[in-house]
Ligand binder design. Structure first.
Ligand SMILES: Cc1ncc(C[n+]2csc(CCOP(=O)(O)OP(=O)(O)O)c2C)c(N)n1
Ligand SMILES: [Mg+2]
Length: 332
């Protein structure tokens, strides 16, 4: 693993803060109905992404996740202005405004979505890894899922084949305690999700998902295993989401005190404390980073606001059509 230095901590602070503020902005513009449809925010879970990125080779490794997917592509190098524009449904967005919140997609940067079907991305992640192995690209796929997705049959089918074929994939469950309003305790007899790997003899374990350094260590070990041809790993990141499942969640299933308890171990606060304790940054340097973040979020908002909506004709370009399709009359 690349050593975790002062520079890494500085980068983590600024990036994680940007992701947090970017999503706070999304929540605000959603209330103004500038962003519509569903909106699932990642606030609280940022350490999982920051630590994972440290373990990846961004020139070739890939990432795939569920619908809580706005900041991952930014971490992988996608212009955040384009992500914001996508959420606004604008032509300058990552999918020309046709994907929206749940479907950010940027294969050039190795980001393969953005999937709304719970667990749907798990076999797709294994498929990406299969292709990399087949074409000998020496690349690794990080495949994320929520705690709600691990009860899907597709996880078990995928774990079985991924182990059998020793695919270069790291399966990462972001256990944020809830699947919509259903707690992990109410979902299954056992709550140690990482143990699901044991049934497939897949290397597995729990990780403190609120601490980017712990995440980086665990994911690096898993990525190295995958890259040397020794197959998949299953990691359970113990994390928490501060906001509701989506913007329309009244959150009756948990108390405000519970949320406050988790905020005490907030990943960004933890990183800030490390910066100050180790004298990696002064208060005024941190203030300068805060200002840069604020400015960049504003720029993203302005870019999205000023961008045009896509042309109506694009609707017809973006759907699958087979001219000689039998049985149905050709419409266009
Ligand atoms: C196959 C399928 N079943 C049900 C749903 C409805 N649904 C959307 S999100 C969700 C909960 C998933 O929770 P989790 O996997 O823990 O992810 P989190 O939202 O916590 O990130 C459900 C049941 C769906 N989208 N797809
Ligand atoms: Mg969950």
């Amino acid at each position: 693993m690349e050593k975790i230095t002062k520079e890494i901590y500085l980068k983590w602070y600024e990036e994680m803060l940007f992701w947090r503020k970017f999503e706070d902005k999304l929540a605000a513009v959603y209330i103004q109905q500038k962003v519509r449809g569903f909106l699932h925010l990642y606030n609280g879970q940022e350490a999982v992404l920051a630590g994972s990125l440290h373990a990846m080779d961004l020139s070739k490794d890939k990432m795939i996740t569920a619908y809580r997917n706005h900041v991952q592509p930014i971490g992988m190098g996608v212009d955040p202005k384009k992500v914001m524009a996508e959420l606004y449904g604008k032509a300058t967005g990552t999918s020309q405004g046709l994907g929206g919140s749940m479907h950010i997609f940027a294969p050039k940067q190795g980001f393969y979505g953005g999937h709304g079907i719970v667990g749907g991305q798990i076999p797709l992640g294994a498929g990406l890894a299969f292709a990399d192995k087949y074409f000998k690209r020496n690349a690794v796929t990080l495949c994320y899922m929520g705690d709600g997705a691990v009860r899907q049959g597709s996880l078990h089918e995928t774990f079985n084949m991924a182990m059998n074929w020793k695919l270069p994939v790291v399966f990462i469950c972001e256990n944020n305690g809830y699947a919509m309003g259903t707690s992990v305790e109410r979902t299954a007899n056992h709550t140690d999700i990482w143990k699901l790997g044991l049934g497939y003899e897949m290397p597995c374990g729990p990780v403190d998902g609120m601490n980017p350094e712990k995440v980086a260590e665990a994911v690096s070990e898993a990525v190295e295993r995958a890259r040397r041809g020794d197959g998949p790993t299953f990691l359970e990141m113990k994390t928490y989401r501060y906001r509701g499942h989506s913007m329309s969640d009244a959150q009756h299933y948990r108390t405000k005190d519970e949320v406050a308890e988790y905020k005490k171990i907030d990943p960004i606060t933890q990183v800030k404390e490390t910066l100050l304790e180790n004298k990696y940054a002064t208060e005024s340097e941190i203030e300068a980073m805060d200002k840069r973040v604020k400015k960049l979020v504003k720029e993203c908002e302005k870019f999205a606001e000023d961008s045009p909506y896509p042309e109506k004709s694009l609707m017809y370009d973006a759907v699958y059509e087979q001219e000689d399709y039998p049985f149905l009359p050709h419409k266009l």
